[in-house]
Design a protein around this ligand. Structure first.
Ligand SMILES: Nc1ncnc2c1ncn2[C@@H]1O[C@H](COP(=O)(O)OP(=O)(O)OP(=O)(O)O)[C@@H](O)[C@H]1O
Length: 207
């Protein structure tokens, strides 16, 4: 086991010649929820992308599960990422997208039926994702992310498009995930979601 799931030290990222993250340090323990908060452009998504290994760092170190994030099966077997809206497969319904996820992951965290119910998608199960509302599509993305086996969730603005009621339900779902030992790092502008975790700002992180 690890004392910390995530260890970031002196992380600096420059984009287009401008420093976006400066000497950022962060330690996240197993079972913790961390909310990355701050204004637009303050570097929240950039930090999440560094944790996911999708953003090269200019200086400093990022360790996830004790090593640098790597784009390999071992890493993605433990990490589930919700970023920008995923590419949807033409011709597949909302339910079929979840079935696809369930078929790929033999140890899915929940059944497709449970995911459809939890994310209130049953009435739109047979619709293609592009015929869903923005919030329904976000619920489908979240369902796919939560269905995958993982012990670390990296969520970039999971509240996008969700109504107030579902934001509160999401807060409960993430709290349950952490209660079961999972770790959550999310960038959010939602005060309710931020309140369930330890809040950090990319400009001044206290580990
Ligand atoms: N590819 C890029 N090239 C140059 N600058 C970039 C690039 N991507 C992002 N930036 C800049 O980096 C800064 C941080 O962006 P980032 O997306 O991490 O912010 P954020 O805190 O997630 O913002 P938001 O709340 O709007 O989602 C911004 O000023 C942005 O304009």
């Amino acid at each position: 086991m690890y004392d910390s799931i995530i260890g970031v030290s002196a992380l600096t990222v420059e984009l287009g010649g401008n420093p976006v993250l400066r000497h950022l340090s962060l330690s996240v323990a197993p079972g913790e929820i961390v909310a990355v908060v701050g204004p637009n452009g303050s570097g929240k998504s950039t930090l999440l992308r560094c944790l996911a290994g999708l953003q090269p760092v200019t200086a400093g170190e990022v360790r996830v599960f004790g090593r640098a994030p790597a784009n390999d099966a071992a890493f993605w077997g433990r990490v589930a990422l919700l970023g920008d809206e995923p590419a949807w497969y033409p011709g597949l319904t909302a339910r079929e997208h979840l079935e696809l996820m369930g078929a790929v992951h033999t140890r899915a965290r929940m059944t497709v039926d449970t995911a459809m119910e939890l994310f209130a998608l049953e009435e739109r199960a047979d619709a293609p994702p592009l015929n869903l509302s923005t919030g329904q599509r976000q619920r489908l993305s979240l369902a796919a992310t939560l269905l995958r086996p993982s012990t670390l969730l990296l969520l970039d603005e999971p509240e996008r498009g969700l109504d107030k009621g579902f934001r509160a339900e999401l807060a409960d779902l993430l709290t349950e995930y952490a209660d079961e030992g999972g770790t959550v790092v999310m960038a959010t502008h939602d005060q309710g979601l931020a309140a369930i975790g330890r809040q950090i700002a990319p400009s001044g992180v206290t580990a």
